[in-house]
Design a protein around this ligand. Structure first.
Ligand SMILES: [Zn+2]
Length: 514
């Protein structure tokens, strides 16, 4: 690979090169190279990078020295065995007035057809705040991990946003109170940062400004977008906000604006922020774009937003989880403590049958003659320490759930169902435990279809079977599943459990356990 193979033509930068600058070339993939040769400085010998370093990297992140530029401005490096993916030129204090590169040659048996623009990253100047090295390292990781996402969120055609920013940490009366970004430089107030050890995410807000690059959006939207990227997308788990519900105008910077944008995206247009930014980039932003993209003008949207915020501030941008999706860990069970409940009396369908034995076409687990294999299921499977007692193969051995009440007794730590769903997953089903004192525990459970495990909260795959039996006795060689469902019990004596009122939930067994 070479720039143009001609030592007399050159790349020339407009500005000079200082100690914090570098020139980095990323290859499209790692290659083995035998040698790299870089020629710097003009034909007449000006701006030769005498003493500067040529470095190489095999991962694109960490670089090691490969050669130094000589007094003629030439660096020649022999490359070892490990493949390289990037090379970097770092000024070694030579401070040239411009960077002039006449040739970069990578001598390799592998053909390199093109190079990639590198991932976005910061370069930090900690000279005035060396104690913040750890804070800076954490911030750098966050900036690098989210740079590409931010670029994608704010993507606009025919524009390549900057992929680096210089960060300088300093403090004093003329320094921004927190952080500010412009002209390729991010200034971070080191006194603020010392007091806010966990606020490293503020740099993700600032990187958004780097990627926005002098957009033509109004100031409130520039800041609302940067906070939207940081809080709604990057660290929603840490996002706290308070909005004045008497506000009449939602053209708000920072967090309130970020919440408003998030709410608009959730309810109206999931690409709104990107669309507004694109208009801003073309200097065609106007408030009327809200009407265009959401069907409602800003004033109407703002009123609707504030009413929604007043009603349920906690779920303004994150709708509450459906009850069946709320996390619920499976109860722990001590082996040998389970007590199977007797449900033989309510069995009415044949959910499992012996291999090769035909059954009625209108029967079976799914009502179309298909069944679990009794051979694969066994007669008393133990799942997560819970032993279930099954009915008899080929006879009615499961319950289509229709709100039946199953009598229970004793005091136990957990209740378990062995079950599966037909006709797709059956979500939001109520399982109600009644205690002898008349009190109840209600659980909302999602049940996976027997063919499609979805790992719902409270559900565990009990038996996976490589086939099911068809009504004619043949095997259907796809994977089918039986699931176990665990429910924690109160420290009281149980009286009964009421099954869900949905006959597509098919229950094979019920057990109590400790
Ligand atoms: Zn900002």
């Amino acid at each position: 690979m070479a720039m143009d193979g001609d030592d007399h033509s050159a790349f020339e930068s407009v500005g000079g090169m200082g100690p914090a600058d570098d020139f980095t070339v990323f290859l499209s993939r790692p290659i083995k190279a035998s040698r790299i040769r870089v020629v710097s400085g003009s034909d007449s010998g000006d701006d030769a990078l005498n003493g500067a370093a040529l470095e190489v990297s095999s991962d694109g992140t960490t670089f090691k020295a490969a050669a130094k530029f000589d007094e003629k401005g030439v660096a020649e490096a022999k490359i070892g065995r490990s493949p390289i993916v990037a090379l970097r030129i770092k000024d070694g204090g030579t401070s040239v007035t411009k960077l002039v590169l006449r040739e970069i040659s990578v001598i390799s048996k592998t053909k390199v057809s093109h190079v990639l623009r590198g991932p976005g990253r910061p370069f930090s100047d900690l000279s005035q705040a060396p104690d913040l090295a750890d804070w800076d390292a954490r911030a750098t990781k966050q900036m690098e991990s989210f740079w590409a996402n931010t670029e994608a969120m704010l993507y606009s055609d025919n524009f390549v946003p900057p992929n680096k920013v210089n960060i300088v940490y300093r403090t004093g009366p003329r320094v921004t109170p927190v952080a500010a970004t412009g002209g390729g430089q991010m200034e971070v107030n080191s006194a603020y940062v010392r007091k806010h050890a966990d606020d490293t995410g503020l740099t993700v807000h600032e990187v958004t400004h780097v990627i926005q690059s002098n957009t033509g959006e109004p100031g409130w939207l520039v800041e609302a977008t940067a906070d939207y990227v940081r809080w709604v997308k990057f660290e929603p788990q840490n996002f706290t906000y308070r909005i004045d519900p008497e506000k009449s105008d939602m053209r708000q910077a920072y967090r309130p604006g970020a919440v408003f944008l998030g709410w608009c995206e959730l309810n109206y247009d999931s690409k709104l922020v990107n669309k507004l930014h694109n208009a801003g980039r073309l200097h065609q932003y106007s408030d009327a774009l809200f009407l265009k993209y959401t069907g409602k003008d800003l004033v109407t949207l703002g009123k609707e937003f504030l009413a929604a915020y007043k009603a349920d501030p906690a779920h303004i941008i994150t709708p509450p989880l459906p009850a069946g999706m709320a996390p619920r860990p499976l109860p722990e069970v001590k082996e040998g403590t389970s007590v199977p409940a007797d449900i033989n009396g309510i069995f009415s369908i044949i959910a499992f049958a012996d291999d090769g034995k035909p059954i009625s076409e209108s029967g079976g687990f799914d009502g179309e003659g298909s069944t679990y294999s009794a051979t694969l299921l066994g007669s008393s499977p133990t799942i997560k320490g819970v032993r279930f007692k099954l009915g008899v193969s080929g006879k009615p051995n499961a319950v289509p759930s229709k709100g039946q009440s199953v009598a229970l007794s004793g005091q136990h730590k957990s209740l378990w169902l062995l079950a599966g769903a037909a006709e797709g997953s059956q979500n939001g089903q109520e399982v109600v435990v009644t205690y002898t004192d008349g009190s109840t525990d209600k659980f909302v459970q999602n049940f996976s279809d027997w063919f499609e495990p979805e790992s719902f909260p409270g559900e565990v795959r009990a038996v996976r079977m490589p086939y099911r039996n068809l009504s004619n006795g043949a095997k259907d060689p796809r994977q089918f599943n039986v699931y176990a469902y665990g429910f924690p019990l109160a420290a009281k004596t149980v009286k009964s459990v009421t099954l869900p009122n949905n006959e597509y939930v098919r229950v094979l067994a019920v057990s109590l356990a400790d």
